[in-house]
Design a protein around this ligand. Structure first.
Ligand SMILES: Cc1cc2nc3c(=O)[nH]c(=O)nc-3n(C[C@H](O)[C@H](O)[C@H](O)COP(=O)(O)OP(=O)(O)OC[C@H]3O[C@@H](n4cnc5c(N)ncnc54)[C@H](O)[C@@H]3O)c2cc1C
Length: 467
């Protein structure tokens, strides 16, 4: 009997997996394959954390597959060429994969589907990484939602057991193809090196996703109160696992939905935000390059490169901004509250095009997701959907006082400010010279002077947007 391929991409797990389930149910032997796609890898730094995360996750996946008598085929090259080649190599009769909604992935999948169709092979694809996809949640008039709250209401109204039901993959795993031992390339052979993931103790792969979720379930009831404070262990830290599918979104949403209470409800809302931005990208793919609101597309940002460099490197002189950017640079993660603060600061204090910041986040974030990142940036820049009017401008100092009142987070990433008392740490330039002396800090030497004055820049931003 000819086998079928399951082409893994953003779904690096075995349980509750739509494409794998349908492939196993076909009754044919199933060969799971992952391609390190050079179209995606080209241009990434050697120590890219995401590549290491994927590589580690695949190692775990391979171990699991071996336990069930199967194996994982791993290849390196262009997926558009390798998938048709693998079909020929293994004499495959069909390919199964899960939907991907990013414009470049949609194009890739169309190319693969066409190449396979020429050989008379079908590419069967399935919804997997979201509860509701594409145009499944529409307004009463059949249009897309561009405001979150009504979208969320409609999302919840449409939810039922059918959409949350897990795919019972495990009971069919004996259907995995018996393959000769498959080679697993080293990171070096893929052109990459270890990043600092190991030092960060970041839980990776299926096991990491499970561990983080189990840990978060103990804290979910406090999520709504704790999630905004970067020094507190409030959020789930599951974003990278949702990004690469080492957890199942159906499983997470089911847990939150059934658990109930303010914490779980707020967390479920965050999962809905994720799908909200995915449907925006699906309906309006031009947001990748353009403002969602066309009238904001050509804002005349002055784009000072020296200010952009200071922002990237965490030396703006605003401790909360600098600590956040250093967290991003050192770990690949940034707390949600801080993403909002630094994005607002870049656009509305430094008057730099939101696309510059979006690109920098895309390079650095381990959980980088085109839809969420674009949506988050356009929200912060007031150029996107949902209601964040341009005249609502975050004050980096009051945000810092409110969400890191004791300066614990700041001190973690700006240790040079460790001796400053809490009340002085949010705006060190306002401290008395004696206080600075006691803390052993000379501004402009040990820590930068602020590169801008918030009140002045605020007026400049308002003028720029009004124009
Ligand atoms: C400027 C900006 C850029 C962002 N870029 C990304 C990105 O590239 N990738 C990404 O996953 N998230 C992005 N976010 C959303 C959010 O900051 C992260 O999802 C969150 O910080 C991840 O941490 P967590 O898993 O602990 O989140 P939790 O608070 O535990 O939330 C659970 C999950 O819900 C989803 N989620 C939460 N908030 C949002 C949101 N505002 N929009 C969409 N999904 C959300 C994520 O999948 C997250 O893992 C961005 C937000 C902003 C303001």
């Amino acid at each position: 009997m000819s086998p079928v391929l399951v082409w893994l991409r953003r779904d690096l797990r075995l349980h509750d997996h739509a494409a794998l389930y349908h492939a196993l149910k076909s009754g044919q032997p199933v060969i799971p394959v992952f391609v390190f796609d050079t179209d995606i890898l080209a241009g990434l730094p050697q120590d890219d954390r995401r590549v290491e995360f994927i590589w580690e996750s695949l190692k775990q996946l391979k171990t699991e597959l071996l336990k069930h008598g199967g194996d994982l085929v791993v290849r390196y090259g262009r997926a558009v060429e390798l998938i048709p080649q693998l079909v020929a190599e293994f004499g495959v009769s069909a390919v199964y994969a899960n939907h991907d909604y990013e414009p470049s992935a949609i194009y890739r999948d169309q190319c693969v589907a066409t190449a396979l169709a020429e050989k008379g092979i079908a590419l069967h694809t399935f919804k997997d990484q979201v509860v509701f996809e594409r145009a499944e949640v529409l307004s009463k008039t059949g249009g897309m939602y561009s405001v979150f709250t009504p979208y969320k209401r409609a999302w919840l109204a449409q939810l039922n057991d059918f959409y949350l039901k897990p795919y019972p993959v495990v009971r069919y795993l004996q259907q995995l193809a018996r393959l000769p031992a498959q080679y697993f390339p080293s990171l070096k052979e893929l052109g990459f090196a270890r990043s600092n993931l190991g030092e960060l103790n970041m839980p990776v792969g299926l096991a990491g996703g499970e561990q983080l979720f189990a840990d978060f379930c103990q804290r979910i009831d406090r999520y709504h109160e704790a999630r905004d404070f970067p020094a507190v262990k409030g959020p789930s830290y599951l974003s990278v696992h949702l990004r690469f599918g080492t957890v199942s979104v159906r499983e997470l949403a089911t847990y939150a939905y059934r658990h109930g209470g303010a914490g779980a409800e707020t967390w479920l809302s965050e999962l809905i935000w994720r799908e909200f931005y995915m449907q925006i990208l699906w309906h309006r793919p031009e947001v990748v390059e353009h403002a969602f609101k066309p009238e904001y597309d050509a804002l005349p940002f002055p784009n000072r490169e020296d200010w952009f460099a200071a922002w990237c490197e965490g030396r703006t002189g605003f401790p909360i901004v600098d600590a956040a950017m250093r967290q991003l640079n050192q770990t690949g993660y940034m707390h949600n509250r801080l993403r909002m603060i630094v994005a607002s600061f870049l656009v509305k204090d430094l008057l730099i095009d939101w696309r510059w910041g979006e690109r920098y986040f895309a390079e650095k974030l381990i959980d980088f997701d085109l839809a969420a990142n674009n949506g988050g940036w356009q929200w912060a820049a007031s150029t996107g959907c949902d209601a964040q009017p341009y005249f609502r401008i975050f004050n980096p100092v009051s945000q810092s006082e409110k969400f890191d009142s004791e300066g614990k987070f700041i001190k973690r990433y700006c240790p040079e400010l460790a001796m400053l008392p809490a009340k002085a740490i949010h705006a060190p330039w306002l401290s008395k010279p004696l206080e600075m002396q006691a803390a052993g800090i000379t501004l402009g030497v040990d820590y930068p002077l602020p590169i801008v004055e918030h009140a002045v820049q605020r007026e400049a931003a308002l003028a720029l947007f009004r124009r």
